[in-house]
Ligand binder design. Structure first.
Ligand SMILES: [Zn+2]
Length: 386
């Protein structure tokens, strides 16, 4: 047990704010204490780790190399979800399902070889983190799937949401043969999915105008449509990345609606999720989630912070779709001694009873009987307790 969790109800959550290149602020926000939603002590003590079956590296022939190997869409790992199973209470018990558990939603910014800000990650760091997730039994879902409660990962596996902010060119580009360019986030995700077939190649890209640094509308359209077709999510991070807290409500709506209008023009469906620039909530919280400007409506299933903790399950009591926590991808140095991804992924490995474990059944919400009370009332008819 982590002593501070049992001894105090308060976790400060570092909320990381970013202006394109530089980290401009780091503020301490009152965090949602996982202890408040965690299994009771009795349920955790003596609990056997869910024992995720580690992703098996595939044969060298099937595993993609970072460079030099063709990776046409036809040969790329698929984003299709596994067939759902019917989880009986006995089955849920066997796989140690806990759909009231915590889900890491990891936040990435630029993926560049020479880091200039602490939130930058190198391609090698991204690759390492994704491989670690694959080996530990995590399976990616998009933020849209998470927010809609479509947490369809195989039984006994753990959902993870990979999110990339600001539509940086290092997230996605196609090379001259139409393949994801080497060392972009998308290319690295596919590399990892080839090596670990259980790792579903999906992620969420929250973009501003000029997605992926592309200036021409036709380039932007082909980029976002390519991603959408492959199962990636491209969604709203506002038009110009302002601090929404410093704006009037009408301006907030304009910032969000203009980006929605752009995405529609580029040929992708309306966003069902959005990430707040700098994690900064407008004074009128509701305006971030639902509104209208210039005849363009928006209505998101969830709004994401720039946070510092794993998120509550979307089925949990206390889950707030208006302010979903994320974790910055980073090591354990400085401000990230706590609150960033290395810290939290290690923490979740050490506290498996707190982690979301799927039952593989998209209709039921499986939990140990002791955690039944943690499920939100509107999900009660789906509960499969064991
Ligand atoms: Zn941003």
């Amino acid at each position: 047990m982590r002593p501070s969790l049992s001894s105090t109800r308060v976790i400060g959550a570092a909320n990381v704010a970013v202006i394109l290149v530089a980290v401009v602020a780091l503020m301490i926000m009152p965090g949602d204490d996982p202890a408040a939603h965690a299994p009771p002590e009795a349920a955790r003590v003596g609990r056997i780790q869910p024992a995720p079956s580690p992703g098996q590296p595939s044969s060298p022939a099937a595993s993609g190399q970072p460079s030099g190997q063709p990776s046409e869409p036809a040969t790329m790992p698929t984003a299709s979800q596994p067939p759902a199973v019917v989880a009986t209470p006995e089955f849920a018990r066997q796989v140690k399902a806990n759909e009231a558990g915590l889900v890491p939603i990891i936040m990435y910014h630029r993926i560049i070889k020479k880091r200039m800000a602490s939130i930058d990650r190198t391609p090698a760091q991204l690759r390492q983190e994704l491989e670690k997730l694959a080996k530990q039994g995590y399976v990616p879902i998009t933020a849209a799937e998470f927010a809609a409660g479509r947490v369809q990962v195989p039984a006994g596996k753990f959902p993870v949401v990979l999110t990339f902010d600001d539509g940086h060119p290092s997230h996605f580009a196609l090379d001259d043969q139409g393949r994801p360019a080497k060392n972009t986030a998308v290319a690295i995700i596919y590399d990892v999915a080839r090596k670990y077939p259980s790792f579903r190649p999906v992620a969420t890209f929250w973009v501003n105008h000029y997605p992926f640094g592309l200036q021409k509308q036709e380039q932007q359209a082909s980029a976002v449509q390519w991603l959408h077709k492959q199962g990636f999510e491209v969604a709203n991070h506002t038009w110009a990345h302002p601090n929404l807290r410093a704006m009037g409500t009408k301006k907030v709506r304009e910032q969000i609606a203009r980006l929605e209008r752009m995405l529609k023009k580029l040929g992708v469906p309306p966003s069902t999720t959005m990430a707040l620039p700098f994690g900064s909530m407008p004074h009128k919280k509701k305006a971030a989630r639902k509104g209208e400007w210039g005849g363009v409506p928006y209505d998101f299933d969830a709004v994401f912070l720039a946070g510092a903790e794993p998120s509550l399950s979307p089925f949990a009591k206390g889950y707030d779709p208006g302010a979903v926590q994320r974790i910055q991808s980073n090591g354990k140095k400085g401000e990230c001694r706590k609150w960033c991804s290395q810290y939290w992924l290690e923490w979740l490995q050490k506290h498996p009873g707190w982690r979301y474990v799927s039952d593989g059944d998209s209709d039921r919400v499986s939990v140990p009987k002791k955690l039944q009370g943690n499920i939100a009332p509107k999900r009660r008819d789906q509960v499969n307790a064991y």
